[in-house]
Design a protein around this ligand. Structure first.
Ligand code: C5P
Length: 223
């Protein structure tokens, strides 16, 4: 009866969308369901890791055996990920909003007869994956996701370098599978060794296999 391969390891996983407030009742969001990230957090915990899941607003139950922190905005997500450090494993799956509204107003923006339509000024959000992959203390293994509609592998390989990640899991969000919001996914693992394409499978199965890959990578002697 062997010990679980990730026993004694710490992990942080981000999942879901972020909501960027415009005013107290309105926000900018996206269609991420959080399913893939929740499944990965659960799979890592299943292999014995001590997992913190930082979740944006989703309608999923907290996964069992995982410590889940709920956030809304990208800046809150980054702060919660930082608070979980140091970790051995970081898997950034969240569909973080690229932009937030520069000055969200404390009062609801009123629609007034005859007045000009308001315009929103956007500011860039922090890149959580890049911040964690290039910061200290750096996790031993950092993985990110890439949702692309074309040139999936090339874009993922560029992202690997740009973000400083050890692995990019690329999925074609243009495919019929409807990865974003759906329960199935088709992914390609892109890392320094090359590209590995997996057949279409459920997000739970991808999570289980990915957790195994990560456990093997942590075990392998560093080169
Ligand atoms: O640059 P792009 O958004 O395509 O990169 C996707 C990867 O980067 C995902 O792993 C996502 O979780 C992460 N990301 C992030 N913070 C951002 C934008 C993306 O952690 N602000």
């Amino acid at each position: 009866p062997g010990e679980k391969p990730l026993a004694g390891r710490r992990a942080v996983v981000t999942a879901g969308p972020t909501h960027e407030p415009i005013d107290p009742v309105r926000y900018i969001a996206n269609r991420s369901s959080g399913r893939q990230g929740f499944a990965i957090a659960e799979a890592l915990a299943g292999l014995g890791a001590d997992v913190t899941l930082v979740a944006g607003p989703v309608s999923l139950a907290d996964p069992p055996g995982v410590s889940t922190v709920h956030v809304e905005r990208a800046e809150e997500m980054l702060a919660a990920v930082r608070a979980a450090l140091p970790v051995d494993i970081a898997v950034m799956v969240a569909a973080v909003a690229d932009w937030r509204v520069e000055s969200d107003t404390p009062q609801k923006i009123k629609k007034r007869e005859g007045e000009a339509v308001p315009s929103l000024t956007l500011a860039e959000n922090p890149d959580i994956l890049k911040t964690i992959a290039t910061g200290t203390p750096r996790p031993a293994f950092v993985a990110g996701f890439a949702a692309e509609t074309e040139h999936v592998i090339e874009h993922a390989r560029a992202k690997l370098a740009r973000k400083g990640a050890d692995l990019i899991v690329a999925n074609d969000v243009s495919a019929e599978g409807g990865a974003m919001g759906g329960v199935r996914n088709t992914v390609h693992l892109v890392d320094a060794n090359g590209t590995q394409s997996w057949p279409e499978m459920s997000k739970a199965e991808i999570a289980a296999r990915l957790a195994e890959v990560i456990a093997k990578r942590l075990d392998a002697p560093t080169t």
